[in-house]
Ligand binder design. Structure first.
Ligand code: AMP
Ligand code: GLY
Length: 429
């Protein structure tokens, strides 16, 4: 099978690393630029946000499957163009991607299916939004309706802060994405990300991971794309898993099909779990980054038939198999991220980290400069490790971090600390 993988971050390196193991793979084309991807596939100049050109590349090269990592090409209609051309695409159409690209649409689907989620109101004008806020209790949750690169959510302790967030969003800070705002009830609990591969009518449930969204230790500092992850996620019990599948994922898939926008690809349910019950925080229509890195390390089954089955409406029967080990992922980011940061600093020691037992380093924002590895983005490297216990996985991941020499990089030092503290890091027999 000839595969084209769209996207150039750590998530895509992890997907490519896993796909490269498949005996079904005959060629892997990857987006040029990421040195990790360039080592496992043939680098090509493609841009997923230009669907016509990507389609032409696939036709010229006999590509059998396109795997789309990030959301932007999906929102730009890449899956629509490939579907129309008869090229199997792992990723939803723009209409189905609205589960992520419009928070108001996701809420509408929850209302139609009865999926558990926060109560909310949606407003196109600042005055109506502010009036609604006055009927709510703090903390106040204010969200831009559209895609805002993970920065469109403000949790405000005071009305003044919440009002300012509304003015900011409706005032155009996120362009059209903020043209309307969603105000939500604040949900207490612990978060987990759960993933299921979908073929339009059926799902193959995967496993859950926990992300660390804030930049600094102790969940301090600004929100980021994710500073680390681990899997399994302790609050995601078997009961929570069953409820998430039966009350959220399956009804959503049925409702999307009923509306003529069947969902294929990976559906990511961001959950808030309280007292053993999950409620939906948000849907995404792609793998989480860095959660995906932990899933790919733990997956035992061949990923390729799953992705191809999802793309062609023929998901294979049978459960997806997983390694029993825990996985931890520590993100190394450039000083200043998620604000401004410098690019170009030299990074040494990635090969030393990779040589450690059960450690794999995925590349996110790096580039190769005549054989020298340099930082080239905000989130730069993802150090993953497996372990028989969560504690061991975390220790190995930080040994990997210690092997890497990059003075202007930083990472959180408390990945999985909450789970380790509650003593649930130990794998049950
Ligand atoms: P989202 O982009 O919708 O995932 O929101 C980003 C983060 O904001 C989530 O991961 C949660 O930590 C937090 N959040 C969003 N909505 C709520 C809510 N209704 N209650 C509590 N926390 C929330
Ligand atoms: N790590 C969170 C996300 O990918 O949205």
């Amino acid at each position: 099978m000839k595969v084209l993988l769209i996207g150039g971050g750590g998530r895509e390196h992890a997907i490519g690393w896993k796909v490269a193991e498949s005996p079904l793979l005959s060629a892997l084309y990857v987006q040029a630029g990421n040195p990790g991807l360039n080592q496992i596939g043939e680098p090509v100049e493609v841009n997923g946000e230009a669907p016509g050109a990507t389609q032409s590349f696939c036709e010229a090269n006999g590509v059998d499957l396109v795997i789309v990592g990030p959301e932007a090409p999906l929102a730009a209609g890449l899956a629509d163009a490939l579907d129309a051309a008869g090229i199997p695409c792992f990723g939803p159409t723009a209409a189905a991607a609205r589960l992520e690209t419009s928070k108001a649409f996701a809420k509408e689907i929850c209302a139609a299916t009865g999926a558990p989620t926060a109560a909310h109101g949606q407003f196109a004008g600042a005055d109506a939004a502010k009036a609604f806020l006055r009927g709510q209790a703090p903390p106040y949750v204010v969200k831009a309706d559209g895609l805002a690169a993970g920065k469109g959510v403000v949790i405000a302790e005071t009305l003044a802060e919440a009002d300012a967030a509304i003015d900011d969003m409706i005032g155009g800070r996120f362009g059209d994405a903020g043209a309307s705002v969603v105000i939500e009830e604040f949900m207490e609990g612990e978060e987990a990300s759960f993933f299921a591969i979908c073929d339009g009518t059926r799902i193959a449930p995967l496993i859950a991971a926990q992300d660390h969204k804030r930049a600094f230790d102790g969940d301090k500092g600004p929100n980021t794309g994710g500073m680390g992850a681990y899997s399994p996620a302790p609050p995601f019990t078997d009961v929570v898993r069953e409820e998430t599948i039966e009350k959220i994922l399956k009804p959503t898939l049925a409702e999307m099909a009923r509306r003529g926008a069947p969902f294929k690809g990976v559906l990511y349910a961001g959950l808030m779990i309280d007292a053993g019950a999950p409620r939906l925080v948000e849907f995404n229509v792609r793998f989480g980054d860095p959660e995906c890195q932990t899933l790919m390390r733990r997956m035992e089954s061949d990923l390729l038939p799953l992705l191809y089955g999802a793309a062609t409406g023929s998901l294979p029967e049978g459960d997806v198999k997983w390694r029993a080990e825990h996985c931890a992922c520590v993100v190394l980011a450039a000083e200043g991220y998620p604000g401004g940061y410098d690019k170009g600093a030299r990074i040494n020691g990635v090969a030393d980290a990779n040589a450690l037992e059960d450690v794999v380093v995925f590349h996110a924002g790096t580039k190769s400069d005549g054989g020298v590895l340099r930082a080239n983005g905000g989130r730069v490297l993802n150090v993953t490790a497996l372990g028989n216990t969560l504690e061991q996985a975390v220790r190995r991941a930080y040994e990997g971090v210690d092997a890497i020499d990059w003075p202007t990089g930083y990472c959180r030092t408390d990945i999985a600390a909450r789970a380790l503290k509650r003593g649930q890091g130990r794998r049950s027999a």
